[in-house]
Design a protein around this ligand. Sequence first.
Ligand code: SAH
Length: 219
Amino acid sequence: MGTDGDTPDLAEQKMRFLFALRSRGVTDGRVLNAMERIDRGMFVRGVFAERAYEDTPLPIACGQTISQPSVVGLMTQALEVRPRDTVLEVGTGSGYQAAILSCLCRRVYTVDRHRRLVNEAEAVFRALNLSNITAQVADGSRGLPDQAPFDRILVTAAAEDPPNPLLAQLKIGGIMVVPVGQSDAVQNLIRVVRTERGFTYDEMRAVRFVPLVEGLGSD
Ligand code: SAH
């Protein structure tokens, strides 16, 4: 609702949001369109909701974080998602990244070790009518063998190394983007391409993600 003064404020915040994305290197038109379409405010709760359009990570339930929008944009861009692709995301969190991916491909499988996060994200997917996302509780370090192989894999929690099961579940020609490093030290965003002969690895940039933890969470 809001008063007359609120509406232009929100529009301006959203304009600045898109401007910040572009100035930080998110230039792919399809990615920018998806990020314009999906309202990040739907994925952030309580006192942090008013900061949804700032280019900053924010706390969500279960001690986790929704990633910084420009990092979401850069990771999505690096994944080069095509319209017919099946994508696996490890680390549903708020569901924001999965929602962006869902605008760009045929189907998104997203997994999180916390049931509460999966349930809350599913409710937002329903509210936004995003029917091509399947969210489930699973230890994503093992991938999702029943649905493998995947055209693209996006990991949004930091692993010490790209997990072998995920490498094995990537199609030939497939791309995986994964933050690699110790959780409390510098992590690097790595782009892995599976070729006929093996894997090529490219370092993209330094990032900071919550750690990839094995096993399921208690909530
Ligand atoms: N992509 C999210 C942010 C992810 S935060 C978003 O758009 O909001 C990282 C998430 O990875 C957390 O929710 C955490 O619970 C999850 N996670 C950590 N280890 C995991 C594992 N082994 N399997 C599945 N999810 C995991």
